[in-house]
Design a protein around this ligand. Sequence first.
Ligand code: ZN
Length: 134
Amino acid sequence: MKILKIDHLGIAVNSIEDGKSFWTDALGLPFEGDETVAEQKVTTAFFPVGESEVELLESTSPDGPVAKYIEKRGQGIQHVAFRVENVEEALEELKAKGIQLIDQKPRIGAGGAKIAFLHPKATNGVLVELCERD
Ligand code: ZN
């Protein structure tokens, strides 16, 4: 498995509309529009930062994973995403090492990326996303 870089930081917010001004107006990051991933009950907005990005996550439903996260822990950093060369290979390798996975197989996330989450129990409490993009 090859980790290429930190792809993005996922930050849970109550509202992208209300939350984005810090990133755009105060920090001057470009806002490249938002995208809803219906299957994950989330709307995402990406703000490029050099080689990585900030991803704001707003739940589209009270029972979505981001809404549940905010309910438990409040707004803030929800996950760290590492870019890998090949998500399937990375999952196989981690499985062989006994790492608990949330996703046994990759799914399609925002921007058409192949993504998979590792279980926070396996990572000392950090939700880790693996992400492969062309
Ligand atoms: Zn993400």
